[in-house]
Ligand binder design. Sequence first.
Ligand SMILES: Nc1ncnc2c1ncn2[C@@H]1O[C@H](COP(=O)(O)OP(=O)(O)OP(=O)(O)O)[C@@H](O)[C@H]1O
Ligand SMILES: [Mg+2]
Length: 268
Amino acid sequence: MRPQPMPVDAAPSAQRPVIHAAGVCLRFGEVDALVDAALDVAPSEVVSIVGPSGAGKSTFLRCLNLLAVPDRGRIDIGGTPMFDDGLRLGKGELRRVRRSLGMVFQKFHLFPHLTALENVTLAMLDAGIATREEAVRTACALLDRVGLRKRALQPAPALSGGEQQRVAIARALAMKPTALLFDEPTSALDPEASREVLCVMRELAQQGTTMVVVTHEMQFALQASDRIVFMEGGRTLETASPDEMFHRAQSPRARAFFSQALQHAGLA
Ligand SMILES: Nc1ncnc2c1ncn2[C@@H]1O[C@H](COP(=O)(O)OP(=O)(O)OP(=O)(O)O)[C@@H](O)[C@H]1O
Ligand SMILES: [Mg+2]
């Protein structure tokens, strides 16, 4: 008999991980994109996922909220199974889980015909979690939080890349997510715009937001994360504190990657 979908409790307790993933495998044709990938994220923790191109970082992030469906493995959000071999959530539960993990992509995916404010309110109105008045109030507060109060009524395309990405962050926060997932949020931005976005992310981290960040920004990984996961060939090869990972990584591949990264970033 197929296991029944289980109700998802989006509110994590202090004891259990916000995200628990283990043995996650996904194959695209001949490519093993994920091989036994694993991740545990505690409440208020910031985890950076780092590794070479094609390592499976984006695929893993997408699996966490089932934008990509693993072939095998287990994923719990807030202590409740959302994917386990054979277990599939119903549509409503899946929507709820996806909402509990706010996603910020490299490309901002804002609606170009809407203002910054409307982009943020729309998410709440679509999800039916706020009246129009509440949605506007929340959106204004969030745009203020990401430094964009004065740009709220601008159409999205009139905003700079950094501003658009900050709107995307405000939009993700509007859903009151349990955790934010970022996939290279600054790699489409120039250095100035990257700094603006990283600054907002550092503030969120300091305020206790649980975050998983796929990034090539070594300075952010080193300074703003609690832990770093190194991925290669679809595997989560090593997990360690930033200091350990950058200076005393166990595996030769991680050691080589991080010593090169330090040199590139001028941090060596
Ligand atoms: N939809 C797909 N169809 C086929 N292969 C895919 C698909 N998505 C990813 N892959 C393959 O899976 C592997 C992992 O890709 P992924 O995009 O997760 O890597 P990444 O670590 O995010 O790389 P990058 O740093 O370049 O963004 C790669 O070999 C990629 O070509
Ligand atoms: Mg990627």
